[in-house]
Design a protein around this ligand. Structure first.
Ligand code: F6R
Length: 365
């Protein structure tokens, strides 16, 4: 049932404040401001490294998770697409842990990667939406993302729920490894707890601007997304979302890679969507934006209040989100990115919930 929405994808985008609340209730203890035992089902204290394997959007959630486990738990992480991971014969110590992220829990390549890690003797964690799935069944620890059924082929709420669970797990790992203090854990958990309220307000505030921008994007053949830090995997997710439902060619790039190739594409016909909250990378990303502007590129600047006041570059559009802690930026910044892809596809008249050639669950290689 789509309720008042035109598509399941739209409904699922707007459900995010609610489903994120559910995920938070399971993974954080709001009274003690700490992560719950559900987030610490794997003992990370003596684990030498973490391998993450998944496909598509779930893989991009894994890349963001990698940044968090490295930062908050000082744990070396490799994140790979499962179709490559499964065949590389990767040397992995049996003391290591491996996560498999999958909305459906049935993706063939992800399952094959899991089985490879099982043979190597690793501790296996499944970050899944479906508890009764094969990937969940074959794991040592299950981390349900609690997103509820996701019907739209393009993943939206499963992505932000995957991120929420991974964030809680990274904080838990940081405590177990003695990297985060109790006070640091509390501060991070408080930021997570703010997400439902922030998401609800962002969904309300950015909607009209996204519809206007979608009209512009629907006239383009190519779109480039740029970001640094966790905004880099988010840039790739933005590009994936746009291409899969609007069929417009889009690419996500690390902002620092611009001058190593993609800058050759910049002209007035290719919009560049720059995801740049006011974080420790902001100045660097703004200088990449200047390079785009100097070549006549049209910029869609997705930033926060501090970022908007710190940069006076002329843009096609500037989307201003609330300034939030770095930990929750990927979840908050996902919203305009999802809405932009959604409205562009609606504008172009494609089948948003059932894009051509795609299946919700990919159980063959
Ligand atoms: C993109 C999308 C796909 C899936 C991928 C993995 O919007 O939905 O890229 O993320 O096919 O599927 P699961 O998570 O079921 O393993």
């Amino acid at each position: 049932d789509k309720g008042n929405h035109r598509h399941f994808m739209e409904k699922e985008i707007y459900e995010q404040p609610e489903v994120i609340s559910h995920a938070l209730s399971a993974y954080i203890d709001f009274i003690g401001n700490k992560v719950s035992p559900a987030a610490t089902a794997i003992d990370f204290s003596g684990v030498p490294s973490l391998a993450i394997s998944a496909c598509g959007t779930a893989y991009l959630a894994g890349v963001i998770g990698k940044y968090w486990f490295e930062r908050y738990a000082r744990l070396p992480v490799e994140a790979d697409v499962a179709s490559e991971f499964r065949y590389r014969n990767i040397p992995l110590p049996k003391e290591a842990a491996a996560f498999f992220i999958s909305q459906s829990g049935e993706t063939a390549d992800t399952l094959a990667s899991l089985r490879y890690c099982r043979e190597q003797g690793l501790t296996i964690g499944a970050v899944v939406n479906t508890r009764e799935s094969t990937i969940a069944r074959e794991s040592d620890a299950i981390f349900p993302i609690l997103a509820g059924p996701e019907i739209g082929v393009a993943s939206t709420k499963a992505f932000t729920c995957q991120l929420t669970v991974l964030a809680a797990m990274a904080i838990g790992a940081g405590r177990m490894r003695g990297v985060l203090s109790e006070a640091e854990e509390q501060a991070l958990v408080r930021h997570l707890a703010e997400m439902p309220r922030l998401m609800a307000s962002v969904l309300r505030s950015v909607q009209p601007q996204m519809e206007g921008l979608a009209r512009e994007l629907s006239r383009c053949r190519d779109v480039l997304y740029l970001g640094r830090g966790t905004s880099y995997p988010l840039a790739m997710e933005g590009a994936l979302k746009l291409k899969e439902i609007s069929y417009i060619h889009a690419e996500g790039y690390a902002a620092g890679e611009l001058k190593h190739g993609p800058i050759a594409l910049i002209d007035e016909n290719m919009p560049v969507i720059v995801i740049a909250p006011y974080d420790r990378f902001f100045e660097k990303t703004v200088s990449n934006m200047q390079e785009v502007a100097a070549r006549g590129g049209k910029i869609v600047f997705i930033t926060d209040e501090k970022g908007a006041s710190a940069c006076d570059l002329a843009t096609l559009a500037t989307i201003v989100l609330p300034s939030v802690d770095e930990l929750i930026q990927p979840m908050i910044f996902s919203l305009p990115i999802q809405l932009l892809a959604y409205h562009t596809a609606v504008f172009m008249g494609t089948d948003v919930d059932q894009p051509r050639n795609l299946a919700k669950s990919v159980t063959v290689e």
